[in-house]
Design a protein around this ligand. Sequence first.
Ligand SMILES: *Cc1c(COP(=O)(O)O)cnc(C)c1O
Length: 437
Amino acid sequence: MHIYSENQRRLAKNIAADATRSNWTDWKWHVRNSIKSIEGVERLLGIEFTEKERKALRNTTEKFPMAITPYYLSLIDPSDYRNDPVFMQAFPSTDELRIESHDMSDPLHEDEDSPVPGLTHRYPDRVLLHVSNTCAMYCRHCTRKRKVGDRDSIPSREDLRQGIEYIRNTPQVRDVLLSGGDPFLLSDDMLDWLLTEIGGIEHVEVVRIGTRTPVVLPYRITDELVEMLKKHHPLWINTHFNHPAEITASSKQALAKLANAGIPLGNQSVLLAGVNDCPRLIKVLNHKLVRNRVRPYYLYQCDLSEGLTHFRTPIGKGIEILESLRGHTSGFSIPTYVVDAPGGGGKIPLMPNYIISWTANKVVLRNYEGVITTYHEPAHYEPTYCDRECTTCNLQLREADAEEKAIGIESLLADWDDTQSLTPEENERIGRRTDAA
Ligand SMILES: *Cc1c(COP(=O)(O)O)cnc(C)c1O
């Protein structure tokens, strides 16, 4: 049974005079009644902006629309709303219209690495499929801000077929990420169909869903949804908690249902100035997550998308946070800190430096306490020359289908690949060679 607090009851009645408890726990009621106007937020939170502020905020929502679920709004503390982490993630800031010179509308080049509409194929063995064009709540820090509210629609089966066909025809894809928008805004039937289609493709080994509904609309995680998801293992889910205040009784219930269905849960946080840029806060968040069987997966550096300048921290803040975690707490409470490369290079992991120096015989390392230690390299390690013939190797992998080519840095390291250097194609030096030829 979900909690229906006095605050939530009052809020529900202010949204619709005849609202009942069962309306409140009905996810579709929240989607229908999501708050989309500045005045709506003022009225429901009992706060007031000046006419000037209101006008500036309206200009902001014209470019970047707002939508807040009544549930998520109910978590805001009106007495200190300007510093409230839920308010800051849900309610526009006029700073969103401040576009700096290095900001981009699509910094990750998702639209360019897209062989068919709605699908991004960036890494060798996995693809991102955008299965929904909408979300329950529009996060102010959305990296896909350019698209928010754009085509606020649920795609048809026809719309999704091209993506499914691409996956079917691309045997190297073994991992499919369903993203959006939020895939859990699709109906159970549609999701069931989609998971059946994708799960039926022989080379697809795992499917992942990225959803923020456990955070902004926990009532979406119904028993019926979970019963259906259970049929589609191996299925992994990543959610998106950014602040301990988001871990409520209702969100805990949603997470428990998913975990009880045998679905491994991960969390992707975004480092946000004024919301969670604090080592202690991130540690508390991660501890709460693991208590609810959610493994912190990534901590993202805020992207260079337009409208996010006020949320960005220096990368140093992320390193500081990681320094405060490794060694200080359980390894499984520590996410990987990543920068998603502007220009579409994918995620780049960052952490403090632990290697201090190196010789042919010794490696000098430091730990989180500042202990500096030496690791002796083995005196008798027999490097095996790898010719990629796994079936004849002593390691008994016995797999005939080793990948054929090495990609990137791996190709520089591989014994069986004679790549000598990687050179950016548009390098001026290379340009001079072709000019001379
Ligand atoms: C993040 C991402 C993935 C998945 O990356 P993992 O590191 O495997 O979680 C895949 N495709 C795209 C385009 C991504 O941005």
